[in-house]
Design a protein around this ligand. Structure first.
Ligand SMILES: *Cc1c(COP(=O)(O)O)cnc(C)c1O
Length: 377
């Protein structure tokens, strides 16, 4: 699904030099590399504050802690996402409110968000799923109207440019009150272990978050709030500093591979290619960085196709096979099946194909031919 070795080979000299430097200087934690990466990412994203932390799940949790959300507060998020999003809501004893997504973009459905709002609702967590931004124009309007926080789960969409209706652009993750991301190795900007970060333009919130990641300390051994221990280590920061200057190039090569896939599937009635939202009159696809290239197989052959591809040594994935509202940890009698028609359909139809920065034409042709032959056979 991903080719991390190919990427490493092209960065080897720089990465190895930085790591050796860190080993020689023993600045494993909070060293100059972490600070440097933080600044570089702030510049890249055009955001005032980046707060590095240990992983993308922590980033979400710390964001929610920093906003002062309290047990019983309702937080609306998508039924069709990775469990980390809802997990931290549960851990903080907030009440997760799962809502359905859109069939064509896989992203949270703003109509469903609005329907789920109650007097207890405090925040919306849009997940920019598979690398494409959720409909932030409408989500920001809803949040403003109901006085809600917007926390962007940007683990899959770092580098995406959200294009607003008025044509202006902003980097995914920097649009809401706070955003989070993950540097897990297979993410679009991945390190060689675990890592994550929180983004915000709010100075006061940034200050709060910097304390929370460090045991609630604002002054050494003075613990003002309950915090956590969540750090990005120097070695991971050095890897990320080597990769960040290439992120735009990585995004472009993913988009190029995605458009080759989609072109090959043109005219296939049982194969629905991912829709690029908000690209009317603009074919640059800035909104989408293709963390995953995800198709819908609409003739009931998805499961058989997964088996067939593995026999042909073509990696594929089903993200995600079970809606969150049906997961044992998150089932709740509040959830009615009739409110999740799209997620219930997607879990039966989706399949993600290999997507990374080193895909070549021969691989894409082999994959698409094998898939088309089987689905139509
Ligand atoms: C990967 C991911 C996370 C969690 O990131 P980790 O660094 O693995 O903790 C959260 N949300 C989404 C949507 C993700 O894809």
């Amino acid at each position: 699904m991903v080719d991390l070795q190919g990427q490493y080979q092209s960065l080897k000299e720089q990465v190895n030099t930085s790591i050796t430097q860190i080993l020689e200087s023993s600045t494993y934690i909070n060293g100059p590399h972490v600070h440097a990466f933080q600044k570089e990412l702030e510049d890249y994203l055009g955001v005032k504050h980046v707060i590095p932390c240990a992983n993308g799940t922590d980033a979400l949790q710390i964001a929610m802690m920093g906003l002062g959300l309290k047990p019983g507060d309702e937080v609306i998020t998508a039924d069709f996402t990775f469990a980390a999003t809802v997990e931290v809501i549960g851990l903080l004893q907030l009440t997760p409110v799962l809502v359905d997504v859109e069939l064509d973009t896989f992203n949270i459905d703003p109509v469903a968000i609005e329907k789920a709002i109650t007097p207890k609702t405090k925040a919306i967590v849009p997940v920019h799923l598979f690398g494409q931004c959720a409909n932030m124009d409408v989500i920001l309007d809803i949040a403003k109207k109901h006085n809600l926080f917007v926390i962007e789960d940007n683990a899959q969409a770092i580098g995406a440019d959200y294009k607003f209706k008025d044509g202006s652009k902003q980097k995914a993750g920097t649009i809401g009150h706070v955003g989070s991301t993950s540097f897990f190795p297979s993410k679009n900007l991945g390190c060689y272990g675990d890592g994550g970060a929180i983004f915000t333009n709010d100075d006061a919130l940034a200050h709060t978050l910097r304390g929370i990641v460090n045991h609630g300390m604002y002054e050494r051994y003075h613990h003002d709030v309950v915090g956590v221990n969540s750090r990005l280590d120097s070695i991971q920061a050095a890897v990320l500093s080597a990769k960040l200057p290439k992120l735009n190039q990585y995004c472009t090569s993913r988009r190029v591979s995605a458009s080759k896939y989609s072109k090959a599937f043109e005219g296939q009635s049982n194969i629905v290619v991912p829709k690029m939202a908000q690209t009317k009159g603009n074919d640059s696809y800035d909104n989408h960085v293709f963390h995953q290239y995800t198709l819908r197989i609409t003739n009931g052959k998805r499961d058989a196709l997964v088996e067939h591809l593995s026999e042909k040594d073509i990696p594929c994935g089903v993200y995600y096979p079970i809606p969150l509202h049906k997961q044992k940890a998150y089932v709740d009698e509040r959830y009615l099946e009739e409110n999740f028609p799209v997620t219930n359909q997607l879990v039966e139809e989706v399949i993600s194909l290999p997507m990374h920065t080193e895909l070549d034409d021969e691989q894409i042709t082999y994959i698409t031919n094998t898939l088309i032959d089987f689905v139509n056979g």
